[in-house]
Design a protein around this ligand. Structure first.
Ligand SMILES: C/C(=C\CNc1ncnc2c1ncn2[C@@H]1O[C@H](COP(=O)(O)O)[C@@H](O)[C@H]1O)CO
Length: 206
């Protein structure tokens, strides 16, 4: 119990003065030098160039790439790491790192301290982060929070399933589909975020 409390206290303390930030998600397995890696790196760089901090899960793959881009763009590079049985540690491009044992405490930080999520192709971890954000926006626990998927070929089958199966089943409404933006254009993805109405944070007071 105390450990859980201390994760929130430490996270809030470390990130309180961060200023505007955007979270970037994507596969921990994205290979260095791959097209996806370069995309994530460029996204981090564009965000940093706009004077906005980049927050990632602090791990390898797309996270590392976005952190690297943030550093090369002269910005603040944040990694919210997670203790895992197969320890990988924070990637070398993280300037401001916080480590968590619990995914739920860490997830709170991503949403509280960013003005939106950019989501690159990824696996269960990425999908978990995506659907958590969608649930928070759908239920209006968070407002003015853009969620942009990068990679039309990767994401379109999922969006088709949401439209043709989940909406058809009545489990979500057609407008719920509009909570997701989809693009291959990383400049557009960053523009949507940077111009988002939500300055920083969704909880009025800490
Ligand atoms: C799998 C490997 C390393 C795992 N290390 C991670 N470090 C930090 N954050 C992680 C890690 N793995 C998953 N995450 C979180 O989930 C998202 C990526 O998950 P996916 O299943 O790879 O899509 C990511 O955004 C993190 O928040 C070594 O290969």
């Amino acid at each position: 119990m105390l450990r859980i409390q201390s994760e929130f206290v430490e996270g809030f303390g470390a990130l309180a003065g961060l200023g505007p930030a955007i979270s970037v998600f994507g596969s921990a397995r994205t290979k260095r030098g791959s097209e996806r890696y370069l995309q994530a790196e460029r996204i981090g760089e564009l965000i940093a160039s706009a004077g906005v901090a980049v927050i990632t899960g602090g791990g390898p793959g797309a996270m590392e790439a976005a952190n690297k881009g943030a550093v090369n763009g002269g910005g603040v590079s944040v990694g919210l790491g997670i203790e895992l049985p197969f320890e990988t540690g924070l990637n070398e491009w993280v300037d401001l790192g916080v480590n968590f044992r619990y995914f739920f405490a860490r997830k709170t930080m991503f949403v509280k301290y960013s003005q939106g999520f950019i989501v690159l192709p990824g696996g269960y971890g990425t999908l978990d982060e995506l659907f958590e954000a969608l649930t928070l926006v759908q239920t209006e626990k968070v407002t003015g929070f853009p969620i942009v998927l990068v990679g039309t070929a990767y994401w379109t089958p999922l969006l088709d399933w949401l439209k043709n199966t989940v909406v058809e089943e009545g489990a979500i409404s057609p407008p719920d589909l509009d909570l997701i933006r989809l693009t291959d254009d990383i400049e557009e993805a960053v523009d949507i975020m940077v111009n988002s109405a939500r300055p920083n944070g969704f909880v009025a007071a800490d």
